[in-house]
Design a binder for this molecule. Structure first.
Ligand code: ZN
Length: 364
């Protein structure tokens, strides 16, 4: 009897235990899943170890949902993501302004070159004319600012109607820049998900950079060499082939490792600096026009921005000088991103000057 009683008690206790265990499990499934934690450099798997001077605040193999949400939290990629997301939004705004604007291609960006291109002409106009009627046959017509000043002139209306300079090369540049900036944003957001994601997104990032460089060449070459179709074809074909070769080279898995950081930077720089050849050629062709001087000045500014960005990227300063101090804000990759956006904007202004030069000389 006593044995039976003991057995009953034991069975009851076991059942109660099972019920309470079930209740605990149910509560656990209802409770929100804790956010994965940020980890230190030494806790990372080998494939995520990229910069030993950034010591902490890594997202490591997080689920996709958490990676998407990490757009709004602080970690060591937050500013890498936002610097290029803001750049993308800037270029999207420029595209919208260019699509809706009537005469000012490039919207607010066009203001950057108007003063430097137009100032001497404005002074000349003030001293030589008393009415808005101006002589369209001289080289003065090369300036679009002047076209706006004399907007009331019927000669200029007719001139503008006859002058249909294609705008699509400008939009190719904007599309290429937006592609690069959004690929970079998504790559920095999602790469820590897995080894497969890490490889895929860095390949996407390098492809985006190559597309941006190739598309940057299109508009200035198209406008500056409109009267030299053979040279134009040669330059555009060369940069496209070079771009495809760079993309194929960088799709090799071994080249995306930290060991090849300098090699990647030099490959992109070489691609960008191959633009020196058409630039010098354009300078010779349009020698003496103010537009070419202004355009080349902005291209030099672009080269300085890109070269400075690449130097920070390769040397990994300032984090090298004080490891751990720049984990969240101020490390080299963020500085490199800012220089990339500045370089693209400077190139955008140079392209608008080339467009203006072409618009001012519709015939060869
Ligand atoms: Zn980046």
């Amino acid at each position: 009897m006593s044995w039976h009683r003991h057995r009953k008690v034991a069975i009851k206790a076991a059942e109660d235990g099972a019920v309470s265990e079930k209740t605990t499990t149910a509560t656990a499934t209802k409770r929100p899943r804790p956010r994965p934690r940020l980890v230190r450099y030494e806790e990372l798997p080998e494939y995520l170890k990229d910069n030993e001077f950034i010591l902490d605040h890594y997202r490591c193999e997080w689920p996709l949902k958490d990676l998407f949400l990490s757009l709004f939290s602080l970690h060591n990629e937050t500013f890498n993501i936002w610097t290029h997301l803001i750049g993308f939004l800037l270029f999207a705004g420029l595209t919208a302004a260019s699509l809706t604007g009537k005469t000012d291609l490039g919207g607010p960006l066009s203001k950057f070159y108007r003063v430097s291109v137009s100032l001497p002409l404005m002074m000349m106009i003030r001293s030589t004319t008393t009415t808005a009627e101006l002589n369209v046959s001289s080289n003065v017509v090369q300036d679009s600012q002047l076209m706006q000043i004399s907007h009331s002139s019927p000669h200029f209306e007719a001139f503008l109607d006859a002058n249909t300079t294609p705008k699509w090369p400008w939009f190719i540049f904007l599309a290429g820049s937006m592609t690069c900036l959004i690929c970079s944003t998504i790559s920095h957001l999602l790469f820590p998900h897995s080894k497969r994601f890490n490889f895929f997104f860095w390949s996407l990032d390098y492809t985006g950079i190559s597309i941006m460089i190739v598309s940057s060449f299109f508009a200035p070459i198209y406008y500056a060499f409109s009267c030299n179709p053979h040279a134009r074809l040669l330059y555009l074909t060369s940069i496209s082939v070079l771009g495809i070769l760079v993309i194929i080279t960088l799709l090799s898995p071994s080249l995306s490792s930290p060991r090849y950081r300098a090699f990647r930077a030099y490959l992109f720089l070489a691609m960008g600096f191959s633009g020196v050849i058409p630039a010098v050629h354009a300078l010779v062709l349009h020698w003496g026009t103010r537009h070419i001087i202004v355009a080349i000045s902005y291209e030099i500014a672009m080269a300085i921005f890109y070269a400075s960005g690449a130097a920070f990227y390769v040397k990994r300063v300032p984090e090298r000088w004080s490891p751990g101090k720049f984990d969240i804000a101020g490390h080299s990759h963020q500085i490199f991103h800012v220089f990339v956006v500045l370089g693209a904007l400077a190139h955008g202004v140079a392209t608008l000057v080339a467009f203006d030069l072409r618009r001012g000389s519709p015939t060869c």
